[in-house]
Design a protein around this ligand. Structure first.
Ligand code: ZN
Length: 77
């Protein structure tokens, strides 16, 4: 079967949310982000995409206003 195509390079789906951001302080997301970067460096797009999907699916409790543990100290008055 023939498909009518033009001479264009393959297009990866544009995703406005990519790359996803790893949740701050989440070891799993950090590890996934590292894996994604490594996979991308090796042109392993499918592996990189898998990492992105897992990162997006990783559940987090979003702190409403203030995080319980502040990563940085605030200035004291
Ligand atoms: Zn996470």
């Amino acid at each position: 079967m023939r498909q009518q195509t033009t001479d264009e390079p393959p297009i990866y789906l544009p995703d406005p949310t990519r790359p996803p951001r790893p949740a701050p302080g989440c070891d799993v997301c950090e590890a996934l982000d590292r894996q994604r970067a490594e996979a991308e460096a090796q042109d392993n797009i499918s592996q990189a995409t898998t990492c992105e999907i897992e990162m997006r699916r990783h559940p987090h409790e979003q702190p409403a206003a203030e995080p319980e543990e502040a990563p940085r100290r605030r200035k004291r008055r």
